[in-house]
Design a protein around this ligand. Sequence first.
Ligand code: PMP
Length: 405
Amino acid sequence: MFDVEKIREDFPILSREISGRPLIYLDNGATSQTPKCVVDHIADTYYRVNANVHRGVHTLSQEATDAHEAARRRVQQFIGAGSSSEVIFTRGTTEAINLVASSFGDEFLHDGDEIILTVMEHHANIVPWQLLQRRRNIKLRVVPIDERGDLNVDTYKSLFNGHTRLVGVAHVSNVLGTINPVREMIAYAHAQGVPVLVDGAQAVPHLRVNVQELDADFYVFSAHKVYGPTGIGVLYGKEKWLDAMPPYQGGGEMIAHVDFSGTTFGELPFKFEAGTPDYVGTSAFATALDYVDHIGLESIAAHENELLRYTTDRLQDIEGMRIFGTSEHKSSVISFLVDGIHHYDMGMLLDKLGVAVRTGHHCAQPLMTSLGIEGTVRASFAAYNTKAEAEAFVAAVKRVVQMFR
Ligand code: PMP
């Protein structure tokens, strides 16, 4: 049984007050709060186990290594990867995409080649490719959306040609909430011989993802959006690609043998993990995934979808309300504007009422441009949000609107 009040007890931060009112945290798309078990895990590792991983002969180092590598297997299992060596730990989604853009880009992209992206990509899945453009004369082609915020799949298919080398697509839009048909998009790309990178930062907290079922070539996400610690991310890559890609960074941990006449690199996944990893974070992330599975991702999603439907319906009663992203396939994000009220004003006044939302372009400026706006207010739900919070949020938005009318 999904018991939201019990879940809330796991998150001490939720009992904070902001401006004398109970905090209503609706900025989960930016980062989710961290349950006590995860924070305790971090403290416990520092208090009892802390030692650098790999190569250590002493007990603490072996325990730390075991926990770090067990976390890799936990992630493998959580996303349905075929092998734990296909799970590379990074600092986040952003670093994971930079790794692919740099390494895959250097190896497989040449002047005249093309990459297909979508207009709803986060800057993390745009700028790394633009940096690559400084080194390679490649073209970025962009899939547009329709008025509901769904990708135009016919246009997507029409963008492929003999120069297409990669597709990069968000599984779920951080602004519109649209759940993109990535499985179909991947199947189509593969039929053209083109690999696909999926940005799963907004999907993994809300949908059961199986990278093998999707047949994704690369799948990336961040722990801090899935109740895990900040500073940990995952790059899943098919072994055939990772094997063929050069290292991203050089240093300790990623080598087989170093000599001034030349260096040989380590096996996967270590080839892509230069330097001391955040082994405290990785093992705490495994605890976060255990926490999610204990509640049940499907139950979490059902709860969030109920909040999404309820809040969307209520917000629509407000005069001048514009909601961006009304796809039938939508995750628990609501981006909106109210006529005549700047998104920053709305966000700041909501904060005074205890409600934390995000305002601005949400690192998706090309999407804002295509919508003809500068930014939105964004509310996003997690497992611990309640219907009472959704009601209070809608009431707070109405109150702000009244102040302006
Ligand atoms: N992609 C998407 C869709 C996101 O929502 C985010 C986080 N806002 C990122 C990438 C970047 O994630 P991080 O900052 O954790 O690297």
